[in-house]
Design a protein around this ligand. Structure first.
Ligand SMILES: [Zn+2]
Length: 285
């Protein structure tokens, strides 16, 4: 079975980067490419339990400036969780075997249960609202007054995952303390009731529309309208994992035939790799 991807030599501009971040890391125009285009793609261990670490590794691998250099990892840690997920989706779509990125859903009508085949194209991804919220703020009103929050970043997510919290309430309070803007907000955290903490948690979670994404679909079989909740971050991971598996297959085929090393194969640009693979597929090798 041949596994070459049609999309592997495409690159698209990196989504909006907040001005402060751009200056802090002296960021030049950046581009996102597929996992298969990156020589470091095989270094990624998809079994790594902490998703933020894996995500930063993938983002570093697939983001380059016009000289082919990646920004330092700290830049990716400072991106909002929404922007990181958005980039992961773009990288997944660029390297997908078929376009649009397939999404498998099932009709919610129990007596039907028809499989619904939906897809997310690159254009659909660029129209997602989370692509624009890179430097946004969220304001939540509580009894003591309004509190402003910044959006969670990759490094916040990692710290929360690595921290130990005895229960969800303690974890939610820690999150509020980190994200509240200014001393006023973090002091206020101590006076918040548990209900207020829950409300703030819900509001903050709702700002990341990629984690709790809702897709409307009508079943072609029974015409039932359904709202499907999708975790687009998880969807991107699943496809990226498949991209790496296809890349491993390609390395195996080329190594078996041409006796090149893994390093030599990955140094060949993906368009040329795909060409060799298609020759082997057609029996011309
Ligand atoms: Zn149905």
């Amino acid at each position: 079975m041949m596994t070459a991807s049609l999309n592997q030599s495409r690159a698209v501009p990196f989504p909006h980067i907040p001005e402060a971040l751009r200056r802090q890391y002296s960021i030049e125009p950046l581009y996102l490419g597929s996992l298969g285009q990156s020589p470091e793609a095989l270094e990624i261990d998809f079994c790594m339990p902490q998703r933020p670490l894996l995500e930063t590794q993938i983002l570093s691998c697939c983001t380059k400036n016009s000289h082919g250099e990646a920004p330092e990892p700290d830049f990716f840690w400072d991106l909002s969780v929404g922007t990181r997920t958005f980039c992961m989706l773009i990288i997944a779509a660029l390297g997908a075997e078929s376009s649009p990125l397939p999404i498998d859903l099932r009709c919610p009508n129990r007596s039907c249960g028809e499989e619904l085949e939906m897809g997310l194209s690159l254009d659909d991804i660029f129209r997602l609202p989370a692509g624009n919220n890179g430097d946004g703020r969220v304001e939540v009103s509580v009894a003591a007054g309004p509190i402003s929050f910044r959006l969670p970043r990759g490094r916040d997510q990692l710290a929360w995952q690595q921290g130990f919290f005895a229960d969800e309430m303690i974890a939610a309070r820690a999150m509020i303390k980190t994200l509240a803007i200014g001393e006023y907000g973090s002091k206020l955290e101590e006076s918040l009731s548990d209900d207020e903490v829950r409300d703030i948690g819900k509001t903050l979670a709702a700002t990341d529309s990629l984690v709790d994404f809702k897709l409307h679909a009508t079943c072609p079989e029974c015409q039932e309208d359904g709202v499907h909740r999708l975790d687009l971050g998880t969807l991107a991971f699943r496809h990226l994992r498949q991209s790496q598996a296809r890349l491993l297959n390609s390395v195996h085929l080329l190594a078996s035939h041409y006796h090149w090393t893994e390093k030599e194969i990955l140094a060949v640009p993906s368009w040329r790799r795909n060409h060799y693979l298609s020759l082997l597929e057609n029996g011309d090798g």
